[in-house]
Design a protein. Sequence first.
Lengths: 366, 253
Amino acid sequence: MTAFITHETLPSLPAPNTLKGPVAWMRQNLFSNWLNSVLTVILLIGILAALIPFINWAFIKADWIGTSRDDCTSGGACWVFVYVHFKLFMVGLYPEAETWRTLLVGAILVVTLAGLMIKGVPFKKYIQIFALIAFPVIAFMLLSGGSFGLPHVETNFWGGLLLTLVISIVGIVAAFPLGILLALGRRSSMPIVKAICVVFIEVWRGVPLITVLFMSSVMLPLFLPAGMEIDKLLRALVGITLFQSAYLAEVVRSGLQAIPKGQTEAANSLGLTYWQGMYKVTLPQALKIVIPGIVNSFISLFKDTSLVLIIGLFDLLATIQGAFASPKWLGYAIEGYLFAAFVYWIFCFGMSRYSQHVERSLKTTN
Amino acid sequence: METATETKPEIAVSLREVNKWYGDFHVLKNVNLDVERGQRIVICGPSGSGKSTMIRCINRLEEHQAGQILVDGIELNNDLKNIDQIRREVGMVFQHFNLFPHLTVLENCCLAPMWVRKIPRKQAEATAMEYLERVKIPHQAKKFPGQLSGGQQQRVAIARSLCMKPRIMLFDEPTSALDPEMIKEVLDTMIELAESGMTMLCVTHEMGFAKTVADSVIFMDGGQIIESNTPDEFFNHPQHERTKLFLSQILAH
């Protein structure tokens, strides 16, 4: 073996430019040999064959604005269906004269969320307190009415996207702390607490959401004293919250398991109590790790709200299905479902993007 | 190190007939130890001898099943108030640092004083900066633990424990996870701490450190304290066979 020793310190040079550019990439990856080239061409033809007619139907030939099905003459997608029923899809059967209240609540929600999510907004702590305590009260008073001179709007009339958002947001916000407590309880060394949490989680996770909703709507009234009635929406909210908290509990528990024991030991050795250690040391780290799992649960819940149809509440999907089932609009199921899919996708994708943003901003190490 | 018939305030830590089992495994057997205030004790021994377990019993990270442990005159039992009181007075430095990675160095140091001793933030930060200067890394205050080297992290861990102004410091193999170049900076910090009069119990394999600052060196094996002597006597005239074997192994290289 011969080794060549360099006697002077060499300077650090910049790395060389590799062959770049889209043409070079295509040459390397898509057309590198005969088989790849043929496959690329076949797949390209296949994709275009499916995509071009769809785009043609959905956008180019489509009818967008009108008043009745007679306006859908071109043979393309009839978005007039959506245009005509837009208010129905957004707020359900909410009385026409009071719809401004839903818009107001929506505006407050957007502003509050912006205040929470955008960095650099001052008084974050006050915004958080407002969001968790004041906003729900204000939103409920505005939507339900019955005070301050606002006419009462029964929850039966809440529908469409409004109902979907109400159920999802309440479900998410209420299930989150409950799920955390259940996860902590399941990991507890106190046998009774642990047993209660295990039973709760396994029961609520083991039954389908449909049966939970069905039971809450049909069976609960049987157990209540005669004459006592609990609002249908409230029943659905409680059922969904308990159901979701069981799922969240397991997600949070997996995060707690991933935190090294040394963290708790260090917190204990410094004199922090169990709850102080949880709040300042363990939970921040655990929740950060399982953000993907938590957001997954939330997205799932958002779409599960469509099940409330079986207890007679008309969320976004139900109002759309009702609309294209009516004789006036028969045959436009595709447009309806595409619109529903689009709305769901916007919210779910939005949650997904936001969660990635949160993960990035919480990165403290590489 | 003398045994006292009654617990006087000068005895910082007292272990009497302490026994501990992990399931069926008898890990601490009739351990008796008295540590006077201001004393520096180095505990050494082969792995599995129970040295870490013993000092972890002192701040209740482990529970002893038989015997009595008194820290600063307070008995260590299941009474949570006692445990909390003792943990405020006993600081601990771990082999793997156990810094909180989601908090900056300064926040790591301020957390316990603010939440346990209810010290206002400004004052806690001033104290933290003082101790960070003492361990010679004040310029790292705003960094996260992940951005520091091992030696720096361990010094932050020492500063974090000191911010609670404990009367006793426990060290559980503080340099065992460090590269050789960084061991010196941490040992220097510990020596400076010892010279300032802190009561220290240190589990370590760094015999140079033991020779420099220890008042007593204790050798543990199989859950028992086999030998205990001044560093001079311990290294030059070991009495027990096991001690001689151990010393020959670790001083060989």
